[in-house]
Design a protein around this ligand. Sequence first.
Ligand SMILES: Nc1nc2c(c(=O)[nH]1)N(C=O)[C@@H](CNc1ccc(C(=O)N[C@@H](CCC(=O)O)C(=O)O)cc1)CN2
Ligand SMILES: Nc1nc2c(ncn2[C@@H]2O[C@H](COP(=O)(O)OP(=O)(O)OP(=O)(O)O)[C@@H](O)[C@H]2O)c(=O)[nH]1
Ligand SMILES: [Mg+2]
Length: 459
Amino acid sequence: MEDTIAAIATAYGEGGIGIVRISGPNTYDILKKIFVPRNRKQDWKMENRKMTYGHIMDPKDGQVVDEVLSVFMKEPHTYTKEDVAEINCHGSMVSLRKTLELVLRNGARLAEPGEFTKRAFLNGRLDLSQAEAVIDLIKAKTDKSFDVAMGQLEGVLSEEVGKIRASLLDLLVNVTVNIDYPDEDIEELTYEKMEDEISQISNMIEKLLSTADSGRLIREGLNVAIIGKPNVGKSSLMNELLKETRAIVTEIPGTTRDTIEEVLNIRNIPVRLIDTAGIRETDDKIEKIGIEKSKKSFNEADLILFVLDVSRELSEEDQEIIHYIGDRKAIVLINKIDLEKKWDLTFLKEQMPNASVIETSLKDRFGVEKVEEEIVNMVYSGSVRQNDSLMVTNVRHKNLLEQAKSSLADAQSMTAAREAMDFIEVDLKSAYDSLGEITGETVSDDIINEVFSRFCLGK
Ligand SMILES: Nc1nc2c(c(=O)[nH]1)N(C=O)[C@@H](CNc1ccc(C(=O)N[C@@H](CCC(=O)O)C(=O)O)cc1)CN2
Ligand SMILES: Nc1nc2c(ncn2[C@@H]2O[C@H](COP(=O)(O)OP(=O)(O)OP(=O)(O)O)[C@@H](O)[C@H]2O)c(=O)[nH]1
Ligand SMILES: [Mg+2]
């Protein structure tokens, strides 16, 4: 039998209310010991799922800890499928800590991060990809990432993976029957039919995989670094995208010394935007360190916003950055177009044929919307833009889909070579198992533990 766990389920710090949650077989007894309803009768019982007013009191000395509302929920119709209680305290860390301590002293142990949801998974209320969606929901920073996580929690991904697995299982059964009872009066599985079935299943996997790159960015967000030589308008861009004066802007080259980071939501894509120190040769000790940090941000970015100043001749510094960018994903801003142009854009198009180039005048906020639009385009490029919430956002899922795809490719080439069905069967089975790891049907304890260790306490 499982033990009883407890944790503070709400965020740490001050709040309107704070909740201590308990789950497991001792839940009722613990609540009974420490919760005193207002109209306590001789042999009072906590009614199932009824929010009840009362006080948390230490049974040892009768000290009142807090005035609360409590609810007891009888298994199996609860979040964990075990007995659950929730104590709604005043949202003070003092009250929450004292209440939790009392619960722990009276028969529960502190829950590990994600342990409530882990129990929901182990008791079969959620599959693994649904449980993973719970943490994505909590961490979602934009409407879109929340929607996709909600879809996954409701089983949209599980359902699709289930469909693909069901087709594979059909095929596997067919193979087995043909191997074991070749002479019986059953439909023969020809190599042609096999090829056809495998390619249909591969297509379904491929379609899911095609959402993975944008899916990851929607879930995790995008690291965007603003890069350029000094004084071109990088900090002006930071401020315009943020719509607030976050970074210092002056006419002095070398104004930004340290990298500045802000998280923002650009049309529903979570973006970690980094303004950097202008890159140039310098003897200034502080500036040098800043420029090293600029280069680090440049290396780690998913996307580079490269700013050029059209009112000054292109310099060696600009050239060097163009060279470094090479074929990385970049948007080039030709800034200060309100001033007289000192160089020609055709030159740039030769140098950076892959980059998308946008003319801006950040002083007047001109072109900022285009930049936002282009960031969004880059995120969705390469994938069919999906409006529904069926997307692969999790790298673990993506890797498993790729494993399944490669097993199927092996099976396909063996089918083409007309190898024995037994061999083909092995690869089909391994594709089937890889898909099962997504939903947790065929997954090791290590992986389960790793998934839940990323949760927050009390979830
Ligand atoms: N107070 C509180 N709020 C919360 C949660 C919670 O556990 N407690 N949740 C969680 O963190 C989320 C809601 N999710 C939940 C999902 C299932 C069940 C549940 O009891 N399911 C049962 C009974 C369903 C029913 O009544 O039909 C079941 O599935 O059998 C509860 C919460 C968000 N808000
Ligand atoms: N005329 C004009 N001036 C601009 C424009 N954008 C920025 N500036 C000015 O250019 C100067 C430098 O802008 P910043 O945003 O500080 O440039 P930076 O790239 O962050 O510079 P460092 O931090 O020194 O690397 C400031 O005086 C801005 O007001 C523009 O579109 N037109
Ligand atoms: Mg700056």
